[in-house]
Write a protein that binds this ligand. Structure first.
Ligand SMILES: [Zn+2]
Length: 326
């Protein structure tokens, strides 16, 4: 949470037309991210895309032509979202900002005034992370990141039709994930990520959390037994892979028996909500493809797709149907 000494700035930001809230990061946000990088916790951070990325964040006030093209892509990716998604975001999302050297691909965090009153949320994107990847190659790379590389076992992803397989679609998909974090704030879906576990209510008080997770006596949020599977705790994204590529098949087979929409969703309840939201909007509301294929010697041996058409998504689908009806 960013406690802002300049709430007027953020109140003005909230008055801007939605697409004008996408810009280079203001100094206050830059300072904050420097602090986050120094302590490495407290936000919904997608870990560093490039571990070698130096955590010396720079303000992109002075927008280069490269970044101005990126801002155009981000604005257009957001403009093309369904109207009901933008309507939900408008009162909560204060801005989407671009910076370099963020130390992670994206950060979502909450802005409050110094009395602790919440003003809204911001999403900060690292412009270095999105210079040249198309949607399907970005997705395949991201979804391969929990596994060590192998010549025999590989993973393919399809989230964009060939004619739409561009950077803008990758940005849109990542933004939808971050917007899932934004829309989960101050709801009864799950506890806010910035409060301590001593403030958590009982499992049953959270409508989304209780579908696949439970709050243990220790305060830790753990999966219900029927949604847990072998090697789940070894799933780490973007960083140092802990799983072998030869385990991909067994892991994806196990995943397809759970209530999780993606492998990333199985890591924490927060990522579960963000991934569920992103894939629901992408697949159900926007009618776009979503498929992960596990290949052995370039032959597809397993496909993971159609989550939202399967009975195992039913309870989560109800949550999102209600969200977009209200
Ligand atoms: Zn996330």
């Amino acid at each position: 949470m960013i406690s802002s000494s300049n709430p007027q700035f953020w109140r003005k930001q909230a008055q801007l037309p939605f697409l004008q809230r996408i810009a280079a990061a203001p100094a206050e946000v830059i300072d904050y991210v420097k602090q986050v990088n120094a302590r490495e916790s407290g936000s919904a951070i997608e870990p560093a895309l490039n571990p070698a990325l130096t955590p010396s964040i720079n303000q992109t006030d002075h927008v280069s032509s490269l970044n101005s093209a990126l801002l155009t892509d981000i604005r257009s990716a957001i403009a093309e979202l369904p109207e009901q998604v933008k309507a939900k975001l408008e009162p909560k999302l204060l801005g989407v900002f671009l910076a370099t050297g963020v130390g992670s691909s994206a950060i979502t965090d909450v802005i409050s005034d110094t009395d602790g009153n919440m003003l809204g949320a911001i999403v900060l994107l690292d412009s270095d992370a999105f210079l040249s990847r198309t949607a399907n190659s970005w997705m395949a790379w991201k979804e391969s990141s929990p596994f060590n590389t192998s010549a025999e076992y590989t993973l393919l992803a399809n989230i964009a039709e060939p004619e739409q397989d561009q950077r803008k679609q990758a940005l849109q998909y990542l933004l939808l994930h971050e917007f899932g974090h934004v829309l989960s704030m101050n709801t009864t879906y799950l506890p806010n990520w910035w409060i301590g576990s001593q403030k958590f209510k009982d499992t049953e008080e959270y409508s989304f959390l209780s579908i696949c997770w439970q709050i243990a006596m220790s305060g830790e949020i753990i999966p219900l037994i029927r949604h847990n599977f072998e090697h789940r705790s070894g799933i780490t994204y973007y960083g140092q892979a802990q799983l072998n590529a030869s385990q991909m098949l067994a892991i994806y087979q196990a995943l397809s028996g759970t209530g999780f929409s993606t492998l990333y969703a199985a890591t924490t309840v927060y990522e579960d909500f963000a991934e569920s939201f992103a894939t629901y909007v992408h697949v159900v509301l926007m009618g776009k493809p979503w498929c992960i294929q596990i290949c052995y010697r370039e032959q597809t041996i397993f496909s993971f797709s159609d989550y939202w058409a399967s009975p195992r998504s039913q309870q989560k689908a109800k949550i999102f149907e209600q969200l977009f009806c209200s």
